[in-house]
Design a protein around this ligand. Sequence first.
Ligand code: PLP
Length: 450
Amino acid sequence: MTSVTPQPVRSVDEIRAAFPALARTHHGIPVAFFDGPGGTQVPRPVAEAMVDYLYHHNANTHWEYPTSRETDAMLLAARESCGDFLGVPADEIVFGPNMTTLSFHVARGLSRAWGPGDEVVVTELDHHANVAPWHTLVQERGITLRTVAMRPSDGTLDWGAFASAVGARTKLIAVGAASNALGTINDMSRARSLATAVDALLFVDAVHFAPHAIVERDTLGADLLVCSPYKFYGPHLGILTGRRALLEEIDVPRLEPAPPYAPDRLETGTQSHESIVGAQAGIDWLASLVPACREGRREALCQVQKELHRRGEILLDQLWTGLDAIPGIHLYGPPPGHPRTPTAGFVLDGVTAESVSDQLAEKGVFVSHGDFYAATVIERLGVGPSGLVRAGCACYTTAEEVTRLLDGVSAISQRRSSTQALGPKADSHSHPANTLGDPTGDQSSLQQPR
Ligand SMILES: Cc1ncc(COP(=O)(O)O)c(C=O)c1O
């Protein structure tokens, strides 16, 4: 095998020029988007491809007139693009509205062959979209659910507990490749070994992993893998992949006249064609960030993802070190240098996550807060109902933006100190129902999604 020399990846300034959203200002200040873990901004080619589809090719599939044929060809091309992104053949790509819907769909299909005595293993570290579809089966099929603990000290999985949870009755292990709340990257080879030892399926949630790493389904050891292009510069959409033979077998509910073969048989009803076309445009745009790569799209994507991961590590280091130096900050998850994404979860003593987010927004720094639907992580960390502040770096994040975020948090920390000296009423930025981190405060912040 010949080794390929990596080519230069476009600079962050060149990348930023592709994102119209980055021109946005708030109170006259340029917006710094740290909300990528909840959904990234999209580059211009994505929106243009979607508009072009809707204006010029919009049709339903499998008919013999030009726009329908064009739609068929565009969906096939999109499967090829997504296949290159996930390191799988095009005919193993299934589209759906989002990861959550696809996971419920697969869980329902697989579980038609399961019953009392069968077991599924889930983890505390996972987004609930990789827990609830399996939990539902406890009531629907009488299966047993085993939950692997997260270690609050460093936001990693308790692998000893994981090994104990897996046994001869385990049908499936559901685990995230990376935590959307803390950024922890899990050791999937360990999860694969546990699954292999008992002949169980491994269902991998790669939603938070895919934007930050090279995804190769079979190297990750996943039998089934799900992700969402809206987390990696595409439109709102979900993707499922699995070996074709497995996709043919899953007994999903489907309409009899619909195609009986994979991957189509798992796609319920008419898909969002424009989103599928947009997802392809997002992946092709990512591949185009290494213009000199001549070895094809998959190789280009690997080079880009590797370089973006490296840049993310530098930003995370700056973010983590800077936050750690601010009085009253508590950081959660693995520190820099451990397998993780550039997503930091933290709290500031005496100020709710919602209030931190609100005050940062006033400075044009957009961060998310709450439980991000990884509600068990928040419970286990014991940070109270306001949850965490989450700052995630994306391909368009700059060191200067990280500095602005740090300055903003530092200013809130200082105000908090003077506020505390004056008494709680002086904190004019806090929501009245959840000032100063009151653990019985406003539960509404827990409604904040993803
Ligand atoms: C790790 C993780 N898994 C699953 C999901 C759910 O994805 P979707 O919104 O596509 O259903 C999210 C969404 O934030 C996520 O971050």
